[in-house]
Design a protein around this ligand. Sequence first.
Ligand code: G4P
Length: 195
Amino acid sequence: MQMKLLQDRIRRDGQVEPGNILKVDSFLNHQIDIELMDEIGKEFYRQFKDRGVTKILTIEASGIAIATAAAHCFRCPIVFAKKTKTLNIAGDVYTSRVDSFTHKTTNDIIVSKRFLLPGDRVLIIDDFLANGKAIFGLSDLVHQAGAELVGAGVVIEKGFQDGGKKIREMGIDLHSLAIVDAMDPVTGVVFRPED
Ligand code: G4P
């Protein structure tokens, strides 16, 4: 089930930009509406509360506020992967490579080995899912740590890109709070109908 409060907010305040970019910076990833954020955290908790989550993993920057809201409900720490252009600073870290189709960049992402442990039950949280590269990279870090990935939650899935399909095909339990199947600067966004 998608989250109606979020869909309504996207309809009201989201702006569709050329190049299939949905701008949500007035409430999600630049200015942040903390009441909406609380509801988003609760929704992820409702979805994953029975999984024994011990840690929430996200990626800087926009994922951090969302993961924090969820972590309040799960009462667990969040860990955010850091992006770096070079690996020379790498010490005792797990690393993975993430290409961003949207930003046309490649980042190595790193997490200290101290913060992802075998035995951890990890929930991945992020703001957008487009091509799935960020979630794929984060799940790679979880596996390197010998931890268990119990699911992934994203706020907005761009359903017309193939990330969601690929992540689900990998067997990851993915829950998206809003799935945008089409968008247009004039007519706005079309959400995926519930089955
Ligand atoms: P992928 O991880 O699913 O493969 O997605 P992709 O590389 O295409 O996009 C990665 C970055 O682009 C992410 O930001 C994501 O939040 C952002 N992004 C993708 N589509 C949209 C969109 O329609 N609207 C907005 N506002 N952002 C989008 P990031 O690299 O994690 O950067 P940060 O903003 O978190 O620092």
